[in-house]
Design a protein around this ligand. Structure first.
Ligand SMILES: *Cc1c(COP(=O)(O)O)cnc(C)c1O
Length: 361
């Protein structure tokens, strides 16, 4: 068996150690005689798995006690709707920063519930930067301020946390959660689909400050109300049990790596390696403003787009998969989340060098 060097943007590669442990426990989780998939979510075995996953996530992210961690479903996309449903709270509008494809979807979803005020946008430059805070035209009466910490498609990442005063800060952290330490206390709500940097698709994590729970006006129906899930420890209905289990194994793996400060150093080193190569190349290029470049998703183009297919074919022959850029932007994209070792990035660069020598002038 050979494992591919997987540059998928999501669902993305998971640490091999995690998959090996899951495989070893597949038929019999710790002497229970059951697969985690077969367990009652209310039984003591699964309750212990879920409690450990939450405790490890709290430890990794240093989540303060006045925040709830919710294990939900529906992806980040359902959060685009649940957030305005629960947080607009009778106020007319929320402020949004438009940084690209995912921000646009979050903005669009608000229209069923209220108004999305775009207070800053990078559309003027094809979304290749993160608008600086001093350009944001924040409304002090907004219900909340929403931004996308990492634009998975455009490869633009905020390397700073916005200041929004008393207005709660809401963040789509789907593609860079757990890639570095963050000060959770600066946020009202953080959400992330699991399939980028946490675990399998199907699990969505919401970290929400206590005082923002139960404020929906009008109150959303039960399944769409954070209060329902908070009051029932994410067990109002059947949660995505296997996803929670795998996420828990990933949290343990991260702790063994030294936690988020240690994984951040690895992520910085991996990203620097690839950007340094791109910046000296006359053939490959990344369009994003340097200080806003993503450490997780690195889009790049070839000097001649007619060579894209050949590049992908050669990559595949070398065991490297999922390098094709998003259909909306073309070119290539290397997603290098926590589970991508630096050796994988180096293998890509070695291949790119070879390709440039063959095809560059
Ligand atoms: C993938 C992604 C989403 C959408 O996630 P789903 O789980 O497919 O709904 C939203 N925001 C960002 C930043 C993403 O990377």
């Amino acid at each position: 068996m050979t494992r591919a060097i997987n540059f998928s943007a999501g669902p993305a590669a998971l640490p091999a150690e995690v998959l090996q442990q899951a495989a070893a426990e597949m038929l019999d989780w710790q002497g229970s005689g059951q697969s985690v998939m077969e367990m009652s979510h209310r039984g003591k075995e699964f309750m212990a798995i879920a409690a450990a996953a939450e405790a490890d996530l709290r430890e990794l992210m240093a989540i303060p006690a006045n925040y709830k961690v919710l294990f939900l479903q529906g992806g980040a996309s359902l959060q685009f709707e649940m957030i305005p449903m629960n947080l607009l709270a009778g106020k007319g509008s929320a402020d949004f920063v438009n940084t690209g494809e995912w921000a646009k979807k979050a903005i669009k979803a608000v229209k069923h519930f209220g108004k999305a005020n775009v207070v800053a946008s990078a559309e003027d430059s094809n979304f290749n930067y993160a608008p600086k805070q001093d350009t944001w035209k924040l409304d002090p009466n907004a219900a909340y301020v929403h931004y996308t910490a990492n634009e998975t498609i455009g490869g633009v990442e905020f390397h700073w946390v916005p200041e929004t005063g008393n207005v709660p800060l809401v963040c789509d952290m789907s593609s860079n959660i757990l890639s570095k330490p963050v000060d959770v206390s600066k946020y009202g709500l953080i959400y992330a689909g699991a399939q980028k940097n946490i675990g399998p698709a199907g699990l969505t994590i919401v970290i929400i400050r206590d005082d923002l729970i139960g404020k929906g006006n009008p109150a959303p129906s039960a399944m769409l109300d954070y209060k329902t899930h908070a009051d029932n420890d994410s067990m109002y209905n059947t949660p995505p049990t296997y996803g929670i289990y795998i996420a828990g194994l990933v949290f343990q793996w991260l702790k063994k790596q030294g936690g988020l400060a240690a994984i951040e150093q690895k992520n910085i080193a991996k990203a620097r390696l690839l950007y340094d190569f791109l910046d000296q190349s006359a053939f490959f290029k990344n369009p994003v403003r340097k200080e806003d470049r993503s450490r997780m998703n690195i889009p790049f183009t070839l000097a001649n787009a007619e060579l894209d297919d050949e590049f992908l074919k050669g990559a595949k022959a070398r065991g490297m998969v999922q390098l094709k850029g998003h259909r909306s932007v073309g070119g290539m994209r290397a997603s290098i989340y926590n589970a991508m070792p630096i050796e994988g990035v180096q293998a890509l660069i070695d291949y790119m060098k070879e390709f440039e020598t063959q095809h560059g002038k």
